[in-house]
Design a protein around this ligand. Structure first.
Ligand SMILES: [Zn+2]
Length: 287
């Protein structure tokens, strides 16, 4: 079976990490979760202000505080963690985006089956993470030639028949959309511009659920929530009140990590502060 790659997307490391844990467990999940629409509430809070020219107070209404939006994104699938992420999303009924690697779809029969499951799941949107994952993590070489970059993303799009133009550049936290233009590594600027000029919308991330050398999550679910609270409070996201979370399917291969993901999502769902959306709903995420 061909191995798949999980690479820290803000890391220059060119490590190839092969999963060595084969899961035998099947997850029998009952889809009893109830995802409540978290669209901006129309509830109005009533406030009273005094008009000095009148004796009676003037009663006005103002919108209740707007919810902040979290975008869950999973990179590098399909692989051995993808199916477990899908199960959590389906049980919790929350939307998420998968930035898939074209050749991972054809890596094995199991990955092809996972790909079919991704396509059929209504809580999923599928985006483009290149066909070869930057020539198998050879980032410098890949991004030095913008025509190679564009053709690799186009190959992924064509091969998988993707129905949108959202892409994420492997190993680069770069943004190209109508509302955000940001480049983390200047050597990749020309390639980023070329992607945008060819009609792609490039999406980076604001926070990452990181992993260690053993492919274990570095932050607990509570720490991840605190990090999200902090970047939003300190206006450190690309768009105020919107936060894109990056993590990787491959990290969710065993029950401990899957539980962390589920706990994280349940805490978001139970919060009045947040809602979860597809990246396609991000402000400016259309060309
Ligand atoms: Zn990646």
């Amino acid at each position: 079976m061909k191995s798949t790659t999980a690479s820290s997307d803000d890391d220059e490391g060119e490590q190839e990490q092969s999963p060595n844990i084969i899961l035998h467990s099947l997850f029998i999940l009952f889809f009893t979760g109830c995802y409540q629409s978290t669209g901006d509430t129309a509830n109005m809070a009533r406030h009273v202000s005094i008009d000095p020219g009148k004796t009676k107070p003037a009663v006005t209404s103002s919108p209740k505080k707007k919810k902040k939006t979290i975008y869950l994104t999973f990179d590098d699938g399909p692989n051995k963690g993808t199916r477990h992420v899908l199960q959590v999303l389906t049980e919790e009924q929350v939307p998420a985006g998968f930035f898939v690697v074209g050749e991972h779809v054809y890596g094995s029969r199991d990955q092809q089956a996972t790909w079919d499951s991704l396509q059929q799941n209504k809580w999923v949107e599928i985006y483009n993470h290149s066909y070869t994952h930057a020539l198998h993590n050879h980032f410098e070489k890949f991004y030095a030639n913008d025509s190679i970059v564009v053709s690799d993303f186009q190959r992924c799009s064509d091969s998988l028949h993707l129905n949108n133009k959202l892409v994420r550049m492997p190993g680069r936290n770069t943004w190209r959309m109508s509302t955000v233009n940001a480049t983390d590594i200047v050597k990749s600027k020309a390639a980023s511009d070329s992607l945008y000029n060819e009609g792609f919308v490039v999406v980076g991330w604001d926070v990452e659920w990181r992993f260690n050398d053993s492919l274990k999550l570095k932050q607990t679910s509570d720490e991840m929530i605190n990090e999200i609270d902090s970047v939003l409070l300190n206006n450190q996201t690309k768009t105020p009140d919107h936060v894109v979370l990056l993590t990787h399917d491959q990290l969710f291969k065993d029950s401990a990590e899957i539980s962390l993901l589920q706990k994280f999502i349940r805490r978001i769902k139970s919060s009045d502060e947040y809602r979860i959306e597809f990246v396609s709903k991000y402000p400016g995420a259309v060309h």
